[in-house]
Write a new protein. Structure first.
Length: 190
């Protein structure tokens, strides 16, 4: 009821009373969520579309990290940009993609209102969720560190040191003639 003046009150309509009540707000929220649910079910990307989009996003991720590794902040911004861009066609990445496809497996899983893409490899045998498809678009969560791009021996025989690819080579600093065994026990001559 709204006061029109001091002595008379104007009665509100049934619709305005319903929308202002708690039950009415819950019904409106449930109706909105139901409409979004139906829209998401109808716009789930197909398996082929999801596969193609994720392969393009993986190609872009490999191109971004090919010469210079991206830090985690750059990866987040690149993932935001990837649904709107395509991989560079001039980048010769057939060998790199062959290595990726040999060591990693992209799997698409369909759910009720969305689908997910997982990459499984020896680093992540259970798989890492790398993308989600909802409302007709594919949103990537790619990180180059989740890919297995090389495989091989970590060490030669059982007691050998770890094999290092690149990095700083160990330098021989030579012998120090002043150091002898047991010098630290207090006898400098021995």
């Amino acid at each position: 009821m709204e006061p029109t003046n001091r002595s008379t009150y104007k009665k509100q309509s049934m619709a305005s009373e319903f929308t202002n009540s708690c039950l009415g707000k819950l019904v409106i929220l449930a109706g909105t969520l139901f409409i979004l649910l139906i829209a998401s079910i109808l716009t789930i990307p197909s398996d082929e579309e999801m596969q193609a989009q994720m392969e393009d996003n993986i190609r872009e991720c490999i191109q971004d990290n090919f010469e210079k590794r991206c830090d985690p902040v750059d990866e987040v911004f690149n993932n935001i940009r990837r649904p709107f861009t395509e991989a560079d066609s001039t980048f010769n990445d057939k060998e790199i993609l062959a290595i990726f496809n040999r060591n990693n497996k992209l799997e698409i899983y369909r759910h009720t209102i969305f689908c997910t893409a997982r990459i499984t490899n020896n680093l992540h045998p259970d798989g890492m969720r790398e993308g989600i498809g909802i409302f007709g678009c594919v949103i990537p969560f790619l990180n180059y560190d989740d890919f297995l791009m090389a495989e091989g021996n970590v060490r030669g025989k059982q007691q050998d040191k770890l094999i290092k690819d690149g990095g700083i080579p160990e330098m021989d600093l030579g012998d120090n003639p002043m150091l002898k065994p047991y010098h630290y026990k207090g006898n400098p001559d021995d």
